[in-house]
Design a protein around this ligand. Structure first.
Ligand code: NAD
Ligand code: UDP
Length: 309
């Protein structure tokens, strides 16, 4: 039985990951400071003897003996990570140092949840892992983008300098049940607005693209990456290569919900990336992974969840 630490385990992706690891028979320690995570996401796991919850902030050191660390702790939605941008940077940088020290001490394998945001406003399309990105270092998204880039650097340096066993994944926009309906992201905003028959807010002209991955697909990829023993440490893109405009996404949500909502165009926030699409050749080759859930099926399940809450 593996003892696995999941930081950010009460968050959207983290709670799905905790569930998957428990199903596989592992002992899971969920560590979270509940900034964006919710106790209700993991409430049903509390009685499981293989599950432990620790309220802690990863910017502070902690000593937990474990075999594997999934470092997911970090707010992911722009309004959340911009709320206290200095804290966001500390979470990425001090947080990963604390987790890497733990991995070094116990010879644990550590996986860092990085992001497509390391590509910034990409000049190369679709994005391959070899692309170094086009990130504004001083803009309103920089606390997140540069924090994640720095965390990747620290992962590689601990690997080269101390031989820490690392894995790096770059997650593209992910959606599904247990997303925070108030997180301000495009999927949650559009579904909430559609269900309430309110105007759907599109930032800019809606021609910017994103590639949306259903959470179950992502979780399979994350676990495969952690457990691959072929010497592949990444970084690897995990995302659904099916690219669509934000306007198209909104229209699909209107159809699925049968809503009377109209589109309302609003100002585009600065540094909003124009396009995003993962090249997943590497994930297919090294992990035999690719997403299976198409956008309509995934959105239907997400809409059902939003209706229920
Ligand atoms: P989320 O905000 O739902 O979850 C993040 C979790 O981390 C929350 O439970 C929060 O309380 C916790 N947390 C934040 N700061 C912390 C700190 N200092 N100490 C301890 N816990 C802390 O976000 P998510 O969508 O589940 O994202 C999880 C990870 O995946 C993040 O690292 C994010 O950057 C990455 N990611 C997510 C997406 C996406 O589309 N959701 C895309 C790219 C990368
Ligand atoms: N967006 C939008 N309306 C909203 C929220 C977001 O048009 O109500 C846009 C946003 O400007 C961006 C895209 O949708 O172009 C995805 O935004 P999100 O915050 O979900 O993710 P990210 O920008 O981090 O990829």
């Amino acid at each position: 039985m593996q003892k696995i630490l999941v930081t950010g385990g009460a968050g959207f992706i983290g709670n799905h990951l905790c569930r998957k690891l428990l199903q596989e028979g592992d002992k899971v320690i969920c560590l979270d400071n509940f900034f964006t995570g919710k106790k209700k996401h993991i409430e049903d796991l509390i009685d499981n003897t293989n599950f432990e919850l620790i309220e802690h902030d990863i910017t502070e050191p902690i000593d937990i003996e474990c075999n594997q660390i999934y470092n997911l702790a970090c707010p992911a939605s722009p309004p959340h990570y911009q709320y206290d941008s200095v804290k966001t940077m500390k979470t990425s940088v001090l947080g990963i140092i604390n987790m890497l020290e733990l991995a070094k001490k116990y010879q644990a394998r550590i996986l860092q949840a990085s992001t497509s945001e390391v590509y910034g406003n990409p000049l190369s399309h679709p994005q391959q892992e070899s692309y170094w990105g086009n990130v504004n270092p001083i803009g309103i998204r920089s606390c997140y983008d540069e924090g994640k880039r720095c965390a990747e650097t620290l992962m590689m340096d601990y690997h080269r300098q101390y031989n820490v066993d690392i894995r790096i994944i770059r997650i593209f926009n992910t959606y599904g049940p247990n997303m925070d309906p108030q997180d301000g992201r495009v999927v949650s905003n559009c579904i909430m607005q559609a269900l309430a028959n309110q105007d759907i807010t599109i930032y800019g002209d809606g021609t910017q693209t994103r590639s949306f991955c259903y959470v179950d697909d992502l979780i399979n990829g994350i676990v495969k990456m952690m457990n691959n023993t072929q010497g592949f440490i990444g970084p690897v893109n995990l995302g659904n290569p099916s690219e669509r405009t934000v306007l198209d996404l909104a229209q699909k949500i209107i159809e699925i919900t049968g809503s009377n909502s109209k589109i309302k165009f609003c100002p585009l926030p600065s540094d909003d990336p124009v396009k995003r699409k993962p090249d997943i050749t590497l994930a297919k080759k090294e992990l035999c992974w690719e997403p299976k859930v198409d956008i309509i099926a995934g959105l239907r399940k997400t809409v059902e969840y939003f209706k229920a809450v």
